[in-house]
Design a protein around this ligand. Structure first.
Ligand SMILES: Cc1cc2nc3c(=O)[nH]c(=O)nc-3n(C[C@H](O)[C@H](O)[C@H](O)COP(=O)(O)O)c2cc1C
Length: 339
C-alpha cells in the first residue's frame, strides 16, 4: 500500500503530521512523533510580536494554556519552554533537524509588513524544509475594508515568497468573503500550499470579575466539517497543495480530508489529548480502512470527493441548504421546537 503524498513539493511517507503547536518543543516528543510515523513536523509559530519585541498576544499566553487543558497536561510543555525567543526558535529548528529525518516545517505568524518578515530567510538558513505562514487576524477596525485586509495578507505572503526559496504555505481562517478568490490570488503568487484552517480562539466573559477571559478549547471531530466543505470547493481550483488543520482525531477523519482534496493532514488536539503515539494509531486506522475498501494508494483517494468529482456536488453548495432544512422539518420525530 502506498501512503506517500506530495505536500508543498516535498515527498512525504504519509500525509499525517503534528500541526503547529508547542507539541514539538521537546526533542523527545519530536522523536516519538517520528517513531509513531509522522510524515513531517510542523513547529509552533514564531510571532511577529515576539520578533518586534512586543508583548505576546493574549490568546497565546501561557497562563491560558496552563488553565485550559486539564485533559492534556502531560503532553504540554512548561511555560518556560514555550516562551521561545527568535534566536532560540532558530536554534530549535537546528536541533530538530539533527534529531529527525523527516521534513521540518517552521511557522511564522504575522499580518503586517515589517522587519519581522526577514526572519523567513533566517528560518530557511537554519535548515527548515518549508515555512508555514499563519495570518491570524481578527478584523476590529471598521474603517478597514475587506479588500484592504486581503491585500495585506497578499502583501505579506508576496514578501515572504520573494525572500525564500523553500516551499511556503499560508494558514488561513475561513472568515473571508470570497475564500476561493483569495486562495486563487495566493496561488498566483506561487504559494506552495494552503492550510485550512486556523481555529479562532474566542474569549469568554467572567461575570464575577467582569473581565474577558481568553479561552482555548481543544477541537472535536465536528470541527472537521467546515474544513471538508472548503477542501472540496477549493481543491479543483488551486495548484497549491492543501492541508487540513482542525478536527482530525481518527483515521476516518483523515481519509475524509484526503478525499475532499487534502495532501497533508495536521493534528494537534488529538495528540495533546492522547499523546504522540496516537498518530501511529490514526495511521493504522487509515491503512485498515484503505485495505477494507481496496484503495492501494493515498493518491487514488485524493480529491475523489472534491466538488468537481463528488457524485452529489450540491451537498457542498447552497442547493442542499434548503433540502437539509426541509428534511429536518419533515423527518419523523423532529420537534418544531428543535428548529
Ligand atoms: C496549544 C495550542 C497551540 C497552538 N499554537 C499554534 C501556533 O503556534 N501556530 C499556529 O499556526 N497554530 C497553533 N495552534 C493551532 C493548531 O495548529 C491547529 O490549527 C488547531 O489546533 C486545529 O487543529 P486540531 O483540531 O487538530 O487541534 C495551536 C493550537 C493549540 C491547541
Amino acid at each position: 500500500m502506498d501512503l506517500s503524498t506530495n505536500y508543498l513539493g516535498l515527498r512525504l511517507a504519509n500525509p499525517l503530521m503534528p500541526g503547529a503547536s508547542p507539541l514539538v518543543d521537546s526533542i523527545d516528543t519530536v522523536k516519538q512523533l517520528e517513531d509513531a510515523g509522522a510524515g513531517a513536523i510542523v513547529m509552533h509559530s514564531l510571532f511577529e510580536e515576539q520578533i518586534a519585541g512586543e508583548q505576546l498576544g493574549t490568546i497565546y499566553q501561557m497562563e491560558m494554556y496552563a488553565n485550559s487543558f486539564a485533559e492534556a497536561q502531560s503532553y504540554f510543555p512548561d511555560a518556560k519552554d514555550f516562551a521561545m525567543g527568535p534566536e532560540q526558535y532558530l536554534e530549535h529548528i537546528r536541533r530538530i533537524k539533527q534529531a529527525v529525518k523527516i521534513p521540518v516545517i517552521a511557522s511564522l505568524n504575522g499580518t503586517t509588513l515589517g522587519g519581522w518578515i526577514d526572519y523567513a530567510k533566517q528560518i530557511a538558513q537554519a535548515g527548515a524544509d518549508a515555512l508555514e505562514l499563519n495570518v491570524y487576524h481578527v478584523a476590529t477596525d471598521p474603517v478597514e475594508t475587506s479588500d484592504q485586509l486581503e491585500q495585506r495578507v497578499l502583501d505579506v505572503a508576496r514578501n515572504i515568497r520573494n525572500s525564500i526559496s523553500i516551499p511556503l504555505s499560508v494558514k488561513l481562517s475561513p472568515f473571508f468573503s470570497s475564500l476561493p478568490n483569495l486562495c486563487c490570488r495566493l496561488d498566483d503568487l506561487k504559494v506552495d500550499g494552503l492550510v485550512l484552517f486556523n481555529r479562532f480562539y474566542q474569549p469568554d466573559i467572567d461575570l464575577e470579575l467582569l473581565e474577558a477571559v481568553p479561552k482555548l478549547a481543544l477541537s472535536d471531530p465536528s470541527d472537521l466539517l467546515l474544513r471538508l466543505r472548503w477542501l472540496a470547493i477549493l481543491s479543483p481550483h488551486v495548484q497549491a497543495s492543501l492541508a487540513v488543520s482542525g478536527g482530525v482525531h481518527s483515521g476516518t477523519d483523515a481519509i475524509k480530508a484526503i478525499m475532499t482534496g487534502a495532501s497533508a493532514v495536521q493534528m494537534v488536539s488529538a495528540l495533546l489529548i492522547h499523546g504522540p503515539a496516537h498518530l501511529g494509531k490514526v495511521l493504522a486506522q487509515m491503512k485498515e480502512w484503505m485495505e477494507q475498501n481496496e484503495y492501494s494508494s493515498v493518491r487514488l483517494m485524493q480529491g475523489s470527493m472534491s466538488l468537481s468529482r463528488c457524485p452529489d456536488a450540491h451537498a457542498f453548495e447552497r442547493a442542499n441548504y434548503m433540502r437539509v432544512l426541509q428534511s429536518w422539518r419533515t423527518s419523523p420525530g423532529a420537534s418544531p421546537a428543535g428548529v
